[in-house]
Design a protein around this ligand. Structure first.
Ligand SMILES: NC(=O)c1ccc[n+]([C@@H]2O[C@H](COP(=O)([O-])OP(=O)(O)OC[C@H]3O[C@@H](n4cnc5c(N)ncnc54)[C@H](OP(=O)(O)O)[C@@H]3O)[C@@H](O)[C@H]2O)c1
Length: 393
């Protein structure tokens, strides 16, 4: 019997920044290098909001095939009939308007984290995807790592008993001697106009570990929205610089602690000697995930009655030797391809309802922390001609 050819997903890349480069290079790797044979990817086009030449330079930098088209506007990208799915890789301030632009044009969308600035914006995107009957997913790549899948399976199998608590941290020490952090005030990490702050950029990964080990694993009929208690220290730009969130599931007697900071580091010396980034604590033992929380490569299983034995599991990211590349974002791209091949509009690994609950948690944390963003980026009214869509800065 002849082998069936893999389903190929045709991508349009919206924006030409750092993560767009990482993701597009991963799309261009050979799936066989990660032992994937049922799906593949094609980069059809990339668009820059500033200039067509910037998109052309991006495509040549990532060594895209010469057939890939360069566009000088996001509007042109979403109108391209050859594209199946748009990857939104703009700052999170722009996600709502940019993802709406693509959904409104009938395109499937994979949108970077944090999905939006507010939960109301996420709700609007989900409603639009539902009405348009198109696929929509938040690009939390870590969820699709074989490591995350194994950890979720261990939690669900009861390998460490009932899981009652997860402590997760993603922090980077960017402290400078003058009391600031080493990002220019205009940088998207601290710029309030670009929805800057530790929570929306880094804390989302701490929350991802809390939610995938305490909420995702709850049976569907017993899904419990959390109670949220948060504290935030503010940077002088108005963005949060250190944030701690307690996420409580009283019915399940479980609790998550999500930490993030721009002042101290999870990995104190750059050699992972500071201990695990994530501790998943059960009645019968613990799972320790070694950081960084967004791209973990190892976890440890420690049983309460294990007599001091530690099981160490390494999960390296496979590299395409020909391209000398492999970042780990291809697994989420493979998930998009499989969902679209199978006619699904959302992924079971990160369903719309779960993105919604996480955004509500961040909304509540920002409210308690007293952080507000400008109206332009908090609005949930779609405007195709918004400066966030046209690039007029
Ligand atoms: N999954 C991950 O591991 C990961 C890692 C880093 C970042 N991210 C997420 O990806 C998004 C982008 O982050 P990044 O590090 O790639 O940022 P970046 O390097 O600053 O790139 C952002 C791109 O967005 C476009 N853009 C449109 N309007 C802009 C504006 N007013 N200011 C700045 N850029 C604008 C620009 O491309 P054009 O001019 O070509 O349109 C720019 O190159 C963020 O939401 C971030 O949270 C995810």
């Amino acid at each position: 019997m002849a082998a069936t050819s893999p389903f190929t997903l045709k991508w349009g890349i919206m924006a030409t920044g750092w993560i767009a480069e990482m993701f597009t290079k991963d799309l261009l790797t050979n799936p066989a290098a990660r032992d994937v044979h049922d799906v593949g990817h094609e980069v059809v086009a990339a668009a820059s909001s500033s200039a067509k030449q910037r998109a052309a330079d991006f495509l040549s930098m990532v060594k895209a095939p010469t057939s890939a088209k360069a566009y000088g506007s996001y509007h042109e990208l979403v109108a391209d009939p050859d594209i199946d799915i748009i990857y939104v890789a703009t700052p999170h301030s722009h996600h709502f308007q940019n993802a709406m632009l693509a959904l409104d044009a009938g395109k499937n969308v994979l949108c970077e984290k944090s999905l939006t600035v507010t939960a109301a914006q996420t709700r609007k995107l989900i409603e639009t995807a539902r009405v348009k009957k198109v696929f929509f997913m938040e690009a939390v790549w870590t969820r699709y790592f074989p490591l995350s899948i194994k950890v979720r399976e261990l939690v669900q199998s009861g390998a460490i008993g009932n899981v009652y608590r997860t402590i997760a941290d993603l922090s980077f020490n960017r402290d400078t001697a003058d009391g600031k952090v080493d990002f220019d005030d205009s940088h998207r990490m601290v710029n309030i106009d670009l929805a800057g702050g530790a929570l929306l950029d880094l804390g989302i990964y701490s929350l991802t570990w809390v939610f995938q080990t305490l909420y995702h694993v709850q049976p569907e009929k017993d899904k419990e929205s959390p109670k949220v208690v948060a504290a935030m220290n503010k940077y002088h730009t108005g963005a949060d610089e250190t944030t701690s969130i307690i996420v409580q599931f009283p019915e399940h007697k479980s609790m998550g602690i999500a930490l993030t900071s721009l002042r101290v580091s999870t990995d104190v010396d750059g050699h992972n000697t500071g201990g695990p980034a994530i501790r998943i604590q059960g009645s019968g033992g613990e799972i320790h995930v070694m950081g960084p929380a967004y791209r973990p490569l190892q976890f440890k299983v420690i049983k309460k009655d294990g007599g001091g034995k530690v099981e160490v599991v390494d999960c390296p990211i496979p590299k395409d030797e020909e391209r000398d590349w492999g970042h780990g974002m291809f697994w989420e791209a493979d998930e998009c391809a499989r969902c679209l091949r199978d006619g699904k509009v959302e992924s079971e690994t990160l369903p719309w309802s779960e993105s919604m609950v996480i955004m509500e948690t961040m909304d509540e944390a920002l409210r308690q922390g007293g952080i507000t963003y400008p109206e332009l980026i908090m609005s949930d009214v779609f405007d195709a001609q918004s400066p966030l869509n046209t690039g007029k800065r």
